[in-house]
Design a protein. Structure first.
Ligand code: AMP
Ligand code: MG
Length: 398
């Protein structure tokens, strides 16, 4: 039996890196960049007018001139006009290129128009180069704007588009089989007998992987039959990049999962972690080095092990930069376990002093009904004394 942190490092050290694929910029929200992205041009690419108004040469105004002759109108998207003589100006719109021969923009609110004449208000105090977004001031051409390992959000999509990237290399989503095992399990929608239960783990694990955009999931239910299990797992292994199983890893007479996996010549990296819930968790690698997570079947254990081990493992394999850990203050005192790490479900409150985690203990690892409305769990390392209210502890979200 090993500790939580040891289990985590054993898993991370054995996770593969998923391959890259090139996809269109419009489809890459939430994906992980597998390449750096550099500025195609200076950003902004030209001196950009930032207000609707007129553009003029500051020196003319500084010489005491207020009346300017408008020599044209310049909208965004047009090549620049040129001012050739003293006292001329151009009417400019936000987003236009700054006309040649001008260096200052006067907002329309400070200008009175009279035919081709534009009169700058007496009280206007013009600063040279005011209301101009200077070429290259946000990023010079060639500057790295995004790095491999970042997750693409709306802001990154905007940057990709500005950098002229129609396609981009991102981590391919692995195909993952999420397998529930148990003779008692019945799919939602199907008729159910008194001795049967609804299968929830596969749906919950699939939801977690999908919510984090870390995998393309196939859901499967299998019976507690060692031969059938071995055959099905072999086939699922061949068709997927990773397996996440739940159920059948304890000491019961029908807990065949570890044996079935070893029949496929998968190697166990560990079986059992000093933790509650989720102690019987198994992790190993197939003959072809594909990761296999076999989680205990109790839904609370399955969910906790998914958030604590499976999600970080898939983040790592996706090439995501390591996230900083999240921490929270306990909202009330909690008894620790002397020999096991205790994962305690919590509801979060966000206040001026940070995140407070209010314990929402479940009745048992079978009681997943109590998890509804919780945000995740805190990790309480083993110790003999209680954790007082206010203790700062590691937080994991679902
Ligand atoms: P096991 O780890 O197979 O011994 O399962 C432990 C407990 O979790 C049993 O009460 C199972 O019925 C329950 N369980 C296992 N798999 C699921 C599942 N997919 N959905 C809901 N409950 C499950
Ligand atoms: Mg079972």
């Amino acid at each position: 039996m090993i500790d939580v942190t040891e289990a985590e490092s054993l898993i991370l050290a054995r996770m593969p890196r998923w391959r890259s694929e090139a996809i269109g910029v419009a489809a890459c929200a939430d994906r992980v960049l597998h390449e750096d992205v550099r500025a195609e041009r200076d950003q902004p690419p030209f001196d950009r007018v930032m207000m609707d108004g007129i553009a003029l040469a500051h020196r003319d105004w500084a010489d005491g001139r207020l009346d300017f002759e408008s020599v044209g109108v310049q909208a965004a998207g047009e090549p620049p006009l040129t001012v050739t003589a003293a006292g001329q100006c151009v009417q400019v719109m936000t987003g236009a290129m700054l006309p040649r021969g001008t260096d200052t923009v006067v907002p329309v609110e400070q200008v009175a128009f009279d035919g081709p004449l534009a009169r700058v208000a007496d009280e206007a105090a013009l600063r040279e180069r005011q209301h101009i977004h200077p070429r290259g001031s946000d990023a010079p051409a060639g500057k790295r704007l995004l790095r491999a390992g970042e997750r693409v959000g709306p802001a990154e999509i905007a940057v990709l588009a500005a950098a002229g990237r129609a396609t981009i290399r991102v981590g391919a989503l692995p195909r993952v089989a999420v397998v529930s095992t148990g003779n008692e399990l019945v799919e939602v929608g199907a008729p159910i007998a008194e001795h049967q239960i609804r299968s929830c783990n596969d749906l919950a694990v699939a939801a977690s992987l999908s919510r984090h955009r870390l995998a393309e999931v196939t859901r499967v239910r299998l019976k507690d039959d060692e031969t059938e299990l071995a055959e099905a797992l072999q086939r699922l292994h061949d068709e997927h990049d990773a397996l996440v199983l739940s159920g059948g890893v304890s000491m019961g007479k029908f807990d065949f999962v570890p044996d079935a996996l070893e029949r496929l010549q998968a190697t166990a990296v560990f079986h059992r972690i000093r933790q509650r819930p989720g102690r019987p968790m198994w992790f190993g690698l197939s003959r072809r080095n594909k990761p296999i997570f076999a989680l205990p079947g109790n839904p609370v254990s399955t969910l906790v092990c998914t958030a604590r081990y499976v999600i970080p493992a898939f983040r790592h394999a996706a090439g995501l930069e390591t996230a900083d850990g999240e921490w929270a203050r306990l909202g009330s005192a909690v008894d620790a376990l002397p020999n096991l790490t205790y994962f305690l479900a919590v509801k979060l409150h966000h206040g001026a002093e940070g995140i407070e985690a209010e314990p929402r203990p479940t009745n048992s690892s079978g009681d997943f009904i109590s998890l509804a409305g919780t945000d995740g769990f805190v990790e309480l390392a083993p110790r003999r004394t209680a954790y007082p209210a206010g203790s700062v502890v590691r937080l994991y979200r679902w």
